[in-house]
Design a protein around this ligand. Sequence first.
Ligand SMILES: [Fe+2]
Length: 293
Amino acid sequence: MSNRFPFLGYGLGLRKEHYPTIFKGSEPFSAEKGSDPLNIDWFEVLSENYLVPGGKPLYHLDRVREHYPVVMHGVSLSIGGNDPLNRNYLRDLKALAKRIEPHWISDHLCWTGTHGVNAHDLLPLPYTEEALKHVAARIVEVQDTLGRRILIENVSSYLTYTQSAMTEWEFLRAVAEQSDCLILLDINNIYVSARNHQFDPLDYLNGIPVERVQQFHLAGHSYSKNGEIIIDTHDNPVIDEVWELYIQAVRRFGEISTMIERDDNIPPLDELLLEMDKARILAKAVLQTGMAA
Ligand SMILES: [Fe+2]
């Protein structure tokens, strides 16, 4: 059995476009004092934006952290890669965590390059015993270095490997259990991969151990030019099918800290607040009334 971190509620990714609204007046709103008119319970911050000491990004982050719970989300761990783990990156990550005391730190179940070349993409892994041992050992190493458990997120994918000997959800489950890490379940990524690879997203949800899931991501996506595959672009509102899958996820996993992930085509904060509130309302409806999808 795995002990999870406390439930944080419903949050957003921290984006500089929204600073004027978040910092209205001279002080940030105080969510912890229950006076946040935006009703944001917490923020997820992209770790890589704050690893350089000093400067405006850290100044703003410190201000946000004074009043909001924060979690750190990274894209550079390359936990599935075959280059050695980047010790300088881990050192900087640990220093940032010491400074802002995030409730947790997450990264992706993927590889991002090899031989020192960064592909700047979250590339899927072959789901083999060899890859499983490799990834689990590296997560243990990261957790030992950071002195805390981390969350690993499922990525979306557009290809599969002929070598794969298990499903993605079997692989994710085994990785989490062997390394004793927690899971950040991206509901949109499950939907995208299910469409691209023709599997039932409910099989995915049912294959993930309830006690390992700490956080949900909800996001929008785009279609390829020929419309044949869906691309995880985080530049659109969450679609109805993903909301329906979210309802199923809440039914299985219960109340899970959830945030709206928008990385491109950033809309006014109000639009994201509506999506965040929708996630909150739907979860309450599922848990209080047993609402079905
Ligand atoms: Fe995500």
